[in-house]
Design a binder for this molecule. Structure first.
Ligand code: GRF
Length: 198
């Protein structure tokens, strides 16, 4: 597996912990970032996982380099974890079904940025997180797994973010195991999965 992250990388850390070297599910062999300053890169290096920055010089150049690296490292599954760039169809299409993202809301509600603030402003009583297959939209694509947490009186975007992150660190590894075991697949791939070809 490879993880792509742009920032602090707490979800990356949870994935590295859940899928350490030699574990039977599969290991994270590569961490890629568009941001050379991303703390995620340090987390990966600390655990001895190859961590590379591809500084952003435009989508085309980034994606070409990333695709080459994924191929060179024999990656089967790519996990976006706080990766803040939209990927083009040229990247998403060949990886469809093997490219996941985590988003801190109950999709399809609240795609995009500033989710916790918007959830609070809307007076929601409940929020959560979603792991989904990536398609060509932003925070769209078939859902693999969702988890829910309450919105509590007095919550701020920060307290809500903390509660959702705690959930995410458990949710993402679970969703990855569902995909790795063939129990979750994009619509249309059901027959292939049944026949063991997915
Ligand atoms: C998470 O809330 C994730 O759902 C979203 O970005 C945040 C990344 O946090 N896509 P971290 O970098 O994993 O701590």
């Amino acid at each position: 597996m490879a993880v792509m992250a742009s920032g602090r990388g707490t979800n990356l850390e949870a994935l590295l912990e859940a899928f350490p070297p030699q574990n039977p599910w599969g290991e994270v062999v590569l961490v890629l970032s568009d941001n050379p300053e991303a703390y995620a890169l340090k987390r990966a290096s600390r655990r001895g996982v190859e961590a590379l920055a591809i500084p952003w010089r435009g989508r085309k150049a980034f994606e070409r380099e990333a695709l080459d690296l994924l191929r060179a490292r024999n990656v089967d599954l790519v996990l976006l974890a706080g990766f803040m760039r939209l990927l083009s169809p040229g990247f998403v299409e060949p990886w469809y079904g093997r490219l996941l993202n985590i988003h801190p809301s109950l999709l399809p509600d609240y795609p995009g940025l500033h989710v916790h603030r918007r959830v609070l402003e809307a007076g929601e009583r409940e929020t959560g997180s979603t792991v989904h297959f990536v398609d060509q939209g932003m925070d769209t694509g078939p859902i693999v797994l969702q988890g829910r947490v309450p919105v509590l009186p007095g919550d701020t975007p920060e307290t809500l973010e903390r509660r959702v992150l705690f959930l995410e660190h458990r949710l993402y590894p679970k969703a990855v195991r569902l995909v790795l075991s063939g129990l979750a697949f994009p619509p249309g791939d059901g027959l292939k999965a049944l026949l063991g070809e997915a």
